[in-house]
Write a protein that binds this ligand. Structure first.
Ligand code: SF4
Ligand code: SF4
Length: 379
């Protein structure tokens, strides 16, 4: 087997199966990443969604004994929605971040990686392979950086010169010692736009992310959203794109190369009020295919309630009261109380006081009491 020829064949084949960029990296331990992860853990910057074992995250040989190289892939996703519906006063809309437009990218990337795996297995039957995307142990970003897919930018994305940071990343560890490609030079330079634009100052010392402050992470939590972040949420239902949209490297970057990634505008930018009463079945049927639904409907509904407060949508008050008095989930009841207070005037105090009499859950009682104070402070 000539490894150099095989590499050329893989690159050629990757284009045929809809992989937009491919790179090769050595599988030696990611020592710098290990240090960065340790600092993140010490500072409690992690989201809790990532693999806890730093060794596993930074040493490919633990994941695939005998690992020699890693094949990194990138698929470009669209940044602009065709026929995006407008939010109106009667029907305000929320927004899913771009990485949740179209079919869940985990499935799309897995499909491409399975094809690459089959190709490799045909060429080298005894090859050993381990693929991962996003939820895998390895850091997609560290691999992509080493493989020359793009540079690791201050907004914590990988920026490719061709597609900007609007790319999904995946990787395959293998025991074939492919020659490594060269990393790309960091082009952030003096720019600091993403750090300045982040609504919650979650980007610390450029390149480090405090996940606990990041709206993208906060939209995925299942509990109460701390009050200081509710205003910052705006109409985001899932994820946050601000540090990508402000990036000059993303200017004009909008690729529609994969039909599965095209968003259904009514799903990617849905009307808020119908979301509050959607059944589990309807949610699964309509939103089950997008990556933003992975935490279920509760966080999306909580965020929709906060978004309605953001729009001060008075027509939402009857539904919010319905939720406050009847929903079985404390997070939904409590967040509704807060939204009612943000939207309504003095006349809502009496209703909130009624809710105080029937509510049993301590956190919800706190939210109702806080809501009453919010209204009183408006006077
Ligand atoms: Fe800040 Fe949003 Fe970027 Fe998170 S995703 S770092 S909140 S701009
Ligand atoms: Fe880098 Fe500027 Fe883009 Fe931030 S906004 S990622 S600093 S180029």
């Amino acid at each position: 087997m000539n490894i150099s020829i095989l590499k050329d064949e893989i690159v050629k084949y990757s284009k045929e199966i809809g992989i937009d960029k491919i790179g090769f990296a050595s599988a030696s331990p990611f020592s710098e990443l290990k240090e960065r992860l340790k600092i993140q853990q010490e500072n409690k910057f992690q989201s809790g969604f990532e693999e806890e074992d730093i060794e596993k995250r930074s040493n490919p040989d633990i994941l695939l004994p005998g690992a020699k190289s890693i094949i990194a892939i990138a698929l470009a996703y669209p940044s602009k929605m065709k026929n995006a519906p407008r939010s109106t006063k009667e029907d305000p809309r929320g927004i899913f971040c771009r990485a949740s437009w179209g079919k869940d990218y985990h499935h799309i990337l897995r499909d491409r990686m399975e094809k690459l795996e089959s190709f490799l297995k045909e060429k080298v039957p005894q090859v050993m392979l381990k693929s991962m995307v996003d939820t895998g142990e390895l850091s997609d970003r560290a691999v992509a950086e080493r493989a020359g897919i793009g540079w690791s930018a201050k907004n914590c994305s990988i920026i490719t010169p061709e597609f900007g940071s609007y790319v999904y990343l995946g990787e395959i560890i293998t025991n074939i010692p492919f020659e490594a490609d060269k990393p790309i030079e960091d082009n952030c330079g003096e720019c600091n736009k993403c750090v300045e634009a982040c609504p919650t100052d979650a980007l610390v010392q450029g390149g480090q992310l405090d996940s606990n402050k990041c709206i993208a992470f906060l939209t995925q939590t299942k509990g109460f959203l701390p009050e200081q972040y509710r205003k910052k949420l705006g109409n985001r239902l899932y994820g946050c794109d601000t540090c990508q949209t402000v990036c000059p490297e993303n200017k004009g970057k909008d690729f529609h190369l994969h039909v599965e990634m095209e968003p259904n505008p009514e799903i990617a930018k849905p009307k808020l009020k119908p979301l509050l009463t959607i059944s589990n079945r309807e949610f699964k049927d309509n939103f089950g295919h997008v990556s933003g639904s992975w935490r279920g409907k509760k966080p999306i509904q909580r965020n929709a309630i906060i978004a309605l407060a953001h729009f001060k949508d008075e027509s939402a008050l009857p539904i919010l009261y319905e939720l406050l008095f009847k929903d079985t989930r404390p997070v939904i009841r409590g967040t509704s109380a807060w939204a009612i207070a943000k939207i309504g005037g003095f006349e809502e105090i009496e209703n909130l006081q009624k809710a105080l009499l029937v509510e049993k859950e301590e956190k919800v009682l706190e939210e109702i009491t806080n809501g009453i104070s919010i209204i009183k402070n408006k006077q």
